[in-house]
Design a protein around this ligand. Structure first.
Ligand code: ZN
Ligand code: ZN
Length: 356
């Protein structure tokens, strides 16, 4: 607010008045809508934004939300579902050459999202990217795209860009992994001034996709000398499809033990909590609403009871339905369900419901 007033002060009265009117209209339509209760000035809750995560339920929770209609619309969607975490596409995920980021819009978004109660923001890189491709041209395009993704995430104030590790496409795993790590090294060097990380996501292992095994993620991190800007995103639907039977407590604990054994737990920056209709080990990626798939309530209850994962922001990427109203309904329903499981664990493990 101060910056706007300072900016318009030196202008002549008419220009200043017009600028003020434009700003006020924009502020009232956008900021007031994204602030809880529509009370600008009261939307920052320092207890909420600065408090360390103490319990299972107090982690940031949210969804991948559409940025159709602009970034402020995405923020409004996140607010409508009570999210404290959000994921967006920062560019058209189906195009190699999307429109450039509107700097003014990005700056506004960066200013508004923390005030709107969002405590964790990440972007998801385009599915076109294949940093492990044996085709040099595709690999170079993917590197350029990821550099752009990181710069956009930086402009928006996002902490990381979620990236699928890519596919070997006929080459061997080792060769593909080397291509991936060489590409990541180049991209991270090119963007070394941006405080944005790359979160490699585990995959279902469809076709020749890397990332179905924890080993792939661990080897990438080791090859990059445990680069601090490289972390991970764990997707439950992908893990299940890759053979981790999250319905069985022992399988979940083995999975977490493997992550701990490879010293990766502190690199898990976010969770993608999705149920799936695909069978365990099927290597197929079919997201469905929480509790309606193969993982089921039982699997998510187990997962959310694991203290190793308590602090980690959780994002859902479940189906949205056909209309914005349906999207809001389902996102609210899925988050409520997950938070319910976490709350139950919180009460049980802690002995008292702390901030739930
Ligand atoms: Zn993904
Ligand atoms: Zn995912």
């Amino acid at each position: 607010m101060t910056a706007n007033i300072r900016f318009i002060a030196p202008c002549c009265c008419q220009v200043a008045f017009l600028s003020f009117q434009l700003w006020l209209t924009h502020y009232l339509t956008n900021c007031a809508a994204v602030c809880q209760g529509g009370k600008p000035g009261y939307c920052v809750d320092p207890m909420k934004t600065n408090e360390p995560v103490k319990t299972n339920d107090s982690r940031p929770w949210g969804a991948h939300v559409s940025a159709a209609g602009g970034l402020v619309s995405a923020l409004r969607r996140a607010q409508a579902i009570g999210a404290t975490a959000m994921q967006i596409f920062a560019r058209n995920q189906r195009q190699w050459r999307p429109a450039p980021l509107d700097e003014r819009e990005a700056a506004e978004f960066r200013r508004f999202w923390p005030a709107a109660g969002i405590r964790f923001l990440c972007t998801h890189a385009s599915y076109l990217c294949n940093l492990a491709s044996p085709e040099q041209k595709l690999r170079e395009r993917s590197q350029e795209a990821l550099i752009d993704e990181i710069r956009r995430a930086d402009a928006l104030g996002a902490g990381c860009v979620v990236l699928h590790p890519g596919a070997a496409r006929g080459a061997g795993r080792q060769e593909a992994l080397e291509r991936l790590t060489d590409s990541l090294r180049l991209v991270l060097r090119e963007t070394d001034s941006a405080p944005v990380g790359v979160a490699l996501e585990n995959t279902a292992g469809q076709g020749t996709a890397l990332g179905a095994r924890i080993e792939d993620l661990a080897d990438a991190l080791a090859a990059l000398g445990r680069e601090p800007r490289l972390g991970f995103c764990l997707d439950t639907a992908h893990a299940f499809a890759a053979g981790v039977d999250l319905r069985r407590e022992s399988a979940l604990h083995d999975w977490l033990a493997e992550l701990a054994g490879r010293d990766l737990l502190d690199r898990i920056w976010l969770l993608h909590l999705n149920d799936t209709t695909a069978a365990c080990g099927s290597r197929r990626d079919r997201h469905v609403h929480i509790g309606d798939g193969e993982i089921g309530d039982r699997g998510f209850r187990h997962l959310l009871s694991c203290r190793e994962l308590w602090r980690i922001p959780a994002i859902i990427e479940t189906p949205k339905g056909k209309t914005p109203e349906q999207a809001e309904f389902w996102d609210r329903r899925n988050l409520r369900r997950l938070r319910g499981f976490a709350k139950a664990n919180c009460t049980r493990v802690e002995g008292k419901p702390d901030r739930v």
